[in-house]
Design a protein around this ligand. Structure first.
Ligand SMILES: Cc1cc2nc3c(=O)[nH]c(=O)nc-3n(C[C@H](O)[C@H](O)[C@H](O)COP(=O)(O)OP(=O)(O)OC[C@H]3O[C@@H](n4cnc5c(N)ncnc54)[C@H](O)[C@@H]3O)c2cc1C
Length: 453
């Protein structure tokens, strides 16, 4: 199928619960592939919520297929040349450069979640996609011929298939699993903030971080890391992942006084103290919960699928949560087109098998980086600075979810028929001698980016 050819209508009505990046991507991609998406979002109005978010080359290529969207994201995206990594006492240990990665795999879009979200949301509206705000889904149902949702207030909305893209607190998960899946505390939380640079610019020692082009700088300490980023000399964001035993649910929106972060970062690099001195209170304290990988993302009658965080929440150190949510949307749209309206079951089984092992492997990268950073041995890092680098690997980042689904769909559904779900998932296991490795140029885990101090 030519990428921007007008789609042949499939007649598939796709209900999508949630207008985050998973839901919006699924809707836009379903529209591109000829389906009829309808988004149901509980928020009564669009608000520019959140702070910094990252879209790696594997998802930025999805944005680039949407006419006009990448052009709107670009002026609002951070463009640092790399990320400086320092010890908590301020010693510069390593600088991970982005240039080779960008040349070989494509650009990233890192920026304000609310601003990016608004651009994508507006694009969906411009395409004429039906978006119902203030539509809170209370329950799901399915039978052999279709699926639907029950909205708060009692209205039923029906479709051929429902994509539950409602984030970490998904209700669709209970429909899919048949039981309520309880999150576990991960033992970590993240203080986060985004603010204007006026006050920071009063600190001459911070000028290099703000006024000399976009910057990205991480400080690593014992079981804590602090990452600062500046954008266009005007905006500044920092996040600090720290130990946390409290259990206040999965919302990212809890407030914490700046004082709490000061306690965690006591004795750190004077530059960090200067940033803290100029940071407005309160912060967001985002508790990180952990979920074991779900045994399945698709419902018993194969009419409801979980996508995005509803299926697979990510640790921030993977820097892949939003990208994988977008890959889900790009993949399911292809699967539905290839299967057709009378084969929704096949489409959902194919979708899950294509995505399942890739997502699990991507999730693991978040744990690896967190462990490397939080247990950093600085003496060893001086000998081998590259050991501190963020894991940025070709199999994950130099990946085109749409092209992959186009290429692998038929073999995958055949494997579901002949070998069952597990067998079909194995087709896509990474880093083995399997089909995945045969795909295009994805021939290994070589990292891009030269060490440069
Ligand atoms: C308000 C908000 C701010 C965020 N800020 C950041 C950030 O600053 N940095 C970052 O890295 N990540 C942030 N995230 C998380 C990040 O967007 C996701 O991890 C990632 O993009 C995957 O997106 P998702 O679409 O799967 O889930 P989400 O982004 O969580 O989107 C889920 C959507 O579903 C809606 N929804 C939930 N329940 C229902 C229901 N019952 N009926 C209808 N709609 C429902 C929610 O309102 C939301 O719009 C934020 C998420 C939200 C919701």
């Amino acid at each position: 199928m030519a990428l921007n050819a007008p789609p042949t209508p499939s007649g598939i009505r796709v209900l999508i619960v949630g207008a985050g990046f998973a839901g919006l991507t699924a809707a836009i991609e379903c529209h591109r592939h000829g389906h009829t998406p309808i988004i149901l979002e509980k928020f009564p109005e669009l608000k520019p919520l959140g702070d910094i978010i990252s879209f790696a080359p594997n998802s930025s290529r999805i944005f680039q297929r949407w006419p006009g969207v990448a052009e709107k994201l670009e002026p609002r995206a951070l463009r640092p040349d790399g990320m400086t990594i320092k010890s908590w006492l301020g010693e510069t240990l390593y600088k991970q450069m982005w240039s080779r990665e960008e040349e070989e795999w494509g650009i990233r879009f890192d920026g304000h979640r609310g601003e990016f979200h608004e651009i994508v949301f507006q694009h969906a509206l411009e395409l004429g996609i039906e978006v119902r705000l203030g539509a809170k889904v209370d329950d799901y149902f399915e039978d052999e011929s279709g699926a639907g949702v029950l909205l708060e207030g009692g209205e039923q909305v029906k479709g051929d298939v429902v994509l539950a893209a409602e984030g970490v607190r998904s209700k669709g998960r209970t429909t899919v699993l048949g039981y309520e899946d309880k999150p576990k505390a991960s033992g970590y939380a993240v203080y986060r903030t985004w603010f204007g640079t006026e006050e920071l610019l009063k600190e001459p020692d911070l000028h290099w971080l703000i006024a000399e082009g976009d910057k990205h700088c991480a400080w690593l300490g014992p079981d804590v890391h602090f990452i600062a980023a500046s954008l266009n000399g005007e905006n500044f964001s920092w996040v600090c992942t720290h130990k946390d035993e409290a259990d206040i649910g999965e919302s990212w929106q809890w407030e914490a006084p700046l004082e709490d972060a000061r306690k965690v970062l006591k004795g750190w690099d004077p530059l960090v103290q200067k940033i803290l001195n100029r940071t407005p209170s309160p912060l967001v304290d985002w508790k990180l919960v952990y979920r074991d990988p779900l045994p399945t993302w698709i419902s018993p009658k194969r009419r409801v699928a979980l996508i995005g965080d509803a299926a697979h929440p990510f640790l921030p150190t993977s820097i892949q949560g939003a990208s994988q949510a977008m890959e889900d949307g790009a993949t399911i749209a292809v699967c539905l087109r290839k299967a057709g309206k009378n084969n929704i079951k096949e489409a959902l089984e194919g979708f899950e098998a294509i995505r399942y092992e890739r997502v699990k492997s991507a999730q693991k990268t978040g744990e690896q980086t967190r462990d490397i950073w939080h247990k950093a041995d600085f003496a060893a890092a001086r000998e081998n600075p590259e050991s501190l680098r963020l894991r940025r690997e070709a199999w994950l980042l130099n990946f085109d979810a749409e092209a992959y689904a186009e290429e692998w769909y038929e073999r995958t559904v055949e494997a579901v028929r002949t070998e069952g779900v597990e067998g079909a998932r194995r087709l896509h296991v990474m880093e083995g001698t399997n089909g995945y490795i045969e795909y295009g140029s994805l021939s290994g885990t070589e990292a891009a980016g030269e060490p440069e101090l």
